[in-house]
Design a protein around this ligand. Structure first.
Ligand SMILES: Cc1ncc(C[n+]2csc(CCO)c2C)c(N)n1
Length: 241
């Protein structure tokens, strides 16, 4: 008979994962990018850069979710990840509209993945494809959870911006993620990751915490490098003309 290792354990494994990212989340809370996003003072070119990179990120994240769906333990779980993949495609088409509309400075430059964007998407796709399912699910989770957490914190400032300018692209970003609908989705994703942890080995549970921390590092870096770019060494944009 297989004895469940964690049956008497009342602490959710996702709480342990969350606690392991305390200092990273403090750093996220202090990011200039988010401060300025909430108050509507972020330079438009920094927001454009973020949205351009996020469009590339969403393409990679969609693939990671689709791979995760294919490895899920049951059809309901597979459908949740696959539906999230479809939502990421919807989000990318909103980005597309924003980039081709008049709200942001126009640009026809070819957009390459930043080191952070390529690192994050490559990590998620590789983890979804090659790690045990519980670890792959843990790596996917900060994308949901960190966004809900940040949006809840920025909501107050964003309301003032929205009251002044209901069409403001920054404030609309916050209201998308600070919604009951999105909170329900995050809660469902957390539950699936906790269920995966229940069936995982101790080594896999540790690897889940590591994966959650790595993905959270990338979330931090994604915003930070939108305002303070870290171009590729010897790239065209890094080399003075
Ligand atoms: C770097 C980065 N991280 C998280 C999100 C938010 N997000 C993207 S897809 C998805 C799940 C399905 O909607 C969520 C919550 C983002 N846009 N960009």
């Amino acid at each position: 008979m297989v004895t469940p290792v964690h049956s008497a354990d009342s602490v959710r494994h996702t709480d342990r994962m969350w606690d392991a990212t305390g200092s990273l989340r403090t750093a996220i809370d202090g990011l200039e990018f988010l401060e300025q996003l909430g108050h509507g003072t972020l330079p438009l070119d920094a927001f454009r850069f973020y949205i351009e990179q996020d469009r590339l990120y969403l393409a990679g994240y969609t693939k990671a979710l689709a791979i995760l769906a294919s490895r899920a333990p049951d059809a309901t779980t597979a459908a949740f990840w696959a539906t999230s993949a479809a939502s990421a495609v919807d989000e990318a088409s909103l980005h597309e509209q924003l980039l081709s509309g008049s709200a942001l400075p126009p640009s026809d430059a070819r957009v390459e993945h930043s080191p952070t964007c390529l690192g994050y998407t490559s990590y998620l796709i590789a983890t979804a494809a090659t790690e045990p399912y519980p670890v792959a699910a843990a790596a996917i989770l900060p994308c949901f959870w960190i966004y809900a957490d940040v949006a809840a914190r920025l909501a107050g400032a964003a309301q003032d911006v929205l009251a002044r300018d209901p069409e403001h692209p920054y404030a609309r970003w916050v209201s998308t993620y600070d919604s009951d609908e999105f909170r329900d989705i995050v809660s469902a994703a957390r539950t699936l990751v906790d269920e995966a942890a229940d069936g995982a080995t101790e080594a896999q549970r540790e690897a889940m915490v590591d994966a959650f921390v790595i993905a959270t590092r990338y979330e931090l870096s994604f915003w930070d490098t939108a305002l303070h770019p870290m171009p590729w060494s010897h790239s065209r944009s890094a080399v003075a003309p």
